[in-house]
Structures are given as structure tokens and as C-alpha cells.
Design a protein around this ligand. Structure first.
Ligand SMILES: [Zn+2]
Length: 324
């Protein structure tokens, strides 16, 4: 790789983007748009890792290491220079690949009646919502693989991304597909398969946070089908963590400004949803973010609440009755 190709790679992969994709979080802003945070390269207790997004450089006052995104990948993944380049190239290639998959699946959604029927059962009806969430469908077999290989992707890249099984079949079979930042969530429409699937790699930040963050009150949900029915009912201050356990990045996003967080997790009969929301409410409170828990009828999640006849007015009443 010559100097020019190296510069190009570095330009295409801003250090801050790459760090955040590895779940690094900025803790304290400095002058000139720079950030301090915990060092991902050594066991850091107080933020000693300086990042300059403008220059795409880092330096750690703790372990004394610094450099560009390639240097970071070398140390972080503990690999030599050529392997670091390969990892970065692979990471850079994933976003366009996932976009292609999402586009393909959106076309399939309209070709497979079973997909539309499933969405209907889960209360997803509005074409505007399907467009907003870029909802698609993965039929399975090997149609996705065939289409991507026709578009020039080698089989090895598809395997590496987790899109194709070791036997060469599409990994997502009969799944409703939702594009995420750097991943792809697949919800099985068949009761025989595990319901939730993600591609290997982090689940990313909060869903659609770029829209939700500006509201002074944000409703945090467990799943994308909960998000879908609330958005459709006119609540656009919603986001979703894909589960009740927030990763570091998601938690930091909730805490990145003054807001009240309404938690609406599944009201499981076994108490796991309520327990998770009580713990999260406490953690948010410790970080100065007031949290309120929405109490759904037992056995319900926000999706089933709407599917079984609940409407925006009734949900609004639950919001107003939410408890600290
Ligand atoms: Zn360090």
C-alpha cells in the first residue's frame, strides 16, 4: 500500500467514528473540539485518553501511547501493521455492504406476503413507518448471497460479515430486517427459530437517537416492534436499546444532556422487565438523569398493548402516571 492509499484509508475512517464503534465514549470536552475519555488500551481509572477528531490523532497520558487510527487498531487488536490495515479495510467495507443488504430486503418485503402478514399481526401498518425504519425482509435460501455476489462481493466477505452460513446459505431466514448503525437486526416470523438475531459485532448506539435526543422527554423501549407501534401512534420521542441491558455507549447517550427518560420495558410476569427498569432508573438517577417507569398491564409490552387495542390516548395516560 503506498502513501496515498494509506492517507485515503485514514480519511475514510475518522478516528472518533472508529473509537465509538468500539464502544469508546468521550467523557470530557476540551478546547478545539478535543475529547478526554478512559483509555481503551490500558486499565484506566480516570480519563487519560485524549482524542483530537480534527487531526484524527490520539494520545494517552497514562500509557504514553498515541498515533493515528492505524496505530490505534494495531495496539487495540494486538496485531501487526498489515493486519491492522486489513481490519480497517474490512470495517470500512461493512457499511456499504449492510446498506446493500437493507436495500435488497426492502424490495423483498413487498414480494413476500408472509412478511406483510407478520407485520400486520404486530400492528405495523403505515407505509410511512416502514419507510422511516427501512423495514425489509430476508426470505432465506441463497437469494441474498446470490444477489450480493452478483454485485461483486466475494463469498469470504459475506461469511465474515455473518450474512452467509458456513454451508453457503443466507444466515437470515424468514426474518423481518431492520438496519441499525453497523449491524442488522433480524426478527424471525417463525415461532420455530430463535426470535432475535444480530450480525456478529456490537449492537451500536440507541436506535434512531439522532431524532430522539433533542426531546426533553425520551421514551426508552426494549424492542424495535415496540418502537414501531409507538412511532406509528405519533410518539416520535422514542428510542430503543435492543434489550434491557444498555451498552456503555447507549447509557452515555441517555446521559449526554438534560432530559427525563421514561422507561417502558416488557411487564413480564416473572418480573425481569420491571427489575431491569428499576435498576436502570436508579443508575440514571445517580448520573443526574430523572427516570420514570411506565407501568403497563402485566404480561404486556408496548407492542402488545397497541396491538390489542390500546391507543395513543391510553398510552399518554400511562405516561402521565409513570412513577419515579
Ligand atoms: Zn492508555
Amino acid at each position: 500500500m503506498n502513501r496515498q492509499a494509506l492517507d485515503e484509508l485514514k480519511q475514510q475512517i475518522p478516528l472518533l467514528d472508529y473509537l465509538q464503534a468500539q464502544d469508546w465514549q468521550p467523557v470530557r470536552p476540551l478546547s478545539g473540539g478535543r475529547w478526554m475519555g478512559l483509555c481503551p488500551l490500558h486499565a484506566d481509572r480516570k480519563p487519560s485518553f485524549l482524542v483530537d477528531p480534527g487531526k484524527s490523532l490520539f494520545y494517552c497520558y497514562g500509557c504514553g501511547r498515541g498515533g493515528d487510527v492505524i496505530r490505534f487498531a494495531e495496539i487495540y487488536h494486538d496485531v501487526k501493521f498489515p493486519q491492522a490495515l486489513a481490519l480497517l479495510r474490512q470495517w470500512r467495507g461493512l457499511a456499504p455492504l449492510l446498506q446493500q443488504v437493507a436495500d435488497f430486503c426492502r424490495v423483498q418485503l413487498h414480494r413476500h406476503a408472509e412478511a406483510g402478514a407478520y407485520l400486520g399481526q404486530r400492528g405495523v401498518r403505515s407505509p410511512e413507518l416502514i419507510e422511516h425504519m427501512q423495514i425489509g425482509y430476508a426470505p432465506g435460501g441463497s437469494c441474498l448471497r446470490a444477489w450480493l455476489m452478483q454485485s461483486g462481493y466475494p463469498l469470504s466477505a459475506l461469511r465474515q460479515a455473518g450474512l452467509v452460513t458456513s454451508l453457503g446459505y443466507d444466515a437470515y431466514v424468514h426474518r423481518i430486517v431492520f438496519p441499525l448503525e453497523g449491524n442488522l437486526y433480524g426478527r424471525s416470523i417463525s415461532a420455530a427459530a430463535p426470535p432475535h438475531r444480530l450480525l456478529p459485532g456490537p449492537k451500536g448506539g440507541l436506535y434512531a437517537w439522532e431524532q430522539a435526543w433533542r426531546y426533553p422527554e425520551v421514551i426508552l423501549l426494549e424492542g424495535l416492534l415496540d418502537y414501531a407501534v409507538l412511532w406509528q401512534a405519533g410518539f416520535h420521542n422514542v428510542t430503543c436499546a435492543l434489550g434491557t441491558h444498555l451498552n456503555a455507549r447507549q447509557f452515555q447517550q441517555l446521559c449526554d444532556g438534560p432530559r427525563t427518560v421514561y422507561l417502558s420495558f416488557d411487564a413480564d410476569a416473572n418480573g425481569s422487565g420491571p427489575q431491569a427498569s428499576a435498576q436502570l432508573a436508579h443508575r440514571l438517577g445517580v448520573h443526574g438523569i430523572p427516570a420514570r417507569r411506565i407501568l403497563l398491564p402485566v404480561g404486556h409490552d408496548p407492542n402488545s398493548f397497541f396491538v390489542q387495542g390500546g391507543d395513543a390516548g391510553q398510552f399518554q395516560s400511562l405516561l402521565e402516571a409513570a412513577q419515579p
